[in-house]
Design a protein around this ligand. Structure first.
Ligand code: GLN
Length: 248
């Protein structure tokens, strides 16, 4: 290992429980994009009943159905909420996808009316209108930082941002947070929430590197990410744009 190369600590929250639609690919993408640059990653898998064993520079949590979210909410509340919030307060970054995103807001009212407490990372809350209401499903394209983000969504819950929340992106195709206000996801400091599955990072290399830069700002202050070629990643991005009916 190159002594001057950064080491990035990734805490992967509930990988077996919260892994809808291959969201584990986000962690694989981060690991590979670091390895290609000579950055060492240490991935700490935190399963349902685990406590965080060490700090982290980057937290990742994927999506899950209501039942898995109930267990994840219990695990967060019982073991890890305070530590995660403390790390985020100290500059750690986060990627929370769909069900994981919902649990990082204030609360999630599930399809059966149960209320799951969230960590309040994002000033937002989610209400599932019930199984009789059509889900938000399909390809999504959003405008983000002068570029576009692509992915697909499958969620029943509708997320409404509070006054203290910033959306991640603006929806160009698809539903986004609530199929009403054209917002997608949320940002709070170095934490990013999104409904984009896919997994989202491999075909949005600009978002992946944005997240890595946020996490490395804490892990290795002053370090600048060298560029990668990303031909395959951008080809996948363009294919997703076409799948959503937009010109690549
Ligand atoms: N169970 C949540 C919902 O239906 C989240 C789904 C997901 O993570 N894809 O909104």
């Amino acid at each position: 290992m190159n002594d001057s190369a950064p080491v990035l600590r990734i805490a992967y929250l509930y990988p077996d429980l919260m892994n809808l639609y291959a969201d584990r690919g986000n962690v694989t993408c981060l690991e590979r994009r670091c390895a290609w640059r000579g950055i060492t990653t240490r991935v700490q898998r935190v399963e349902w009943n685990d406590r965080l064993r060490e700090g982290a520079d980057l937290f990742v949590i994927g999506g899950g159905q209501d039942r898995q979210q109930e267990l994840a909410s219990q695990g967060l509340t019982a073991h890890n909420a305070d530590r995660i919030l403390a790390e985020l307060g100290a500059g750690a970054a986060m990627l929370a996808v769909c069900g994981g995103y919902q649990l990082m807001a204030h609360r999630y009212r599930s399809a059966d009316g149960g209320e799951l407490p969230g960590l309040g990372v994002f000033d937002a809350e989610t209400v599932h209108p019930g199984s009789g209401v059509p889900r938000c499903i399909g390809n999504v394209v959003c405008a983000w930082n002068g570029a576009r983000l692509v992915g697909f969504e499958n969620h029943g819950g509708r997320t409404y941002l509070g006054a203290g929340a910033q959306p991640l992106a603006q929806v160009l195709r698809g539903h986004g947070n609530n199929a009403r206000d054209r917002t997608e996801g949320a940002v709070a400091g170095a934490a990013i929430g999104t409904y984009l599955h896919g997994s989202v990072l491999p075909k949005n290399p600009h978002l992946a590197d944005h997240l890595l830069a946020l996490a490395l700002a804490r892990a290795a202050p002053g370090y600048t990410l060298p560029a990668l070629r990303d031909d395959a990643e951008w080809a996948a991005h363009r294919a997703a744009l076409r799948a959503a009916g937009l010109r690549a």
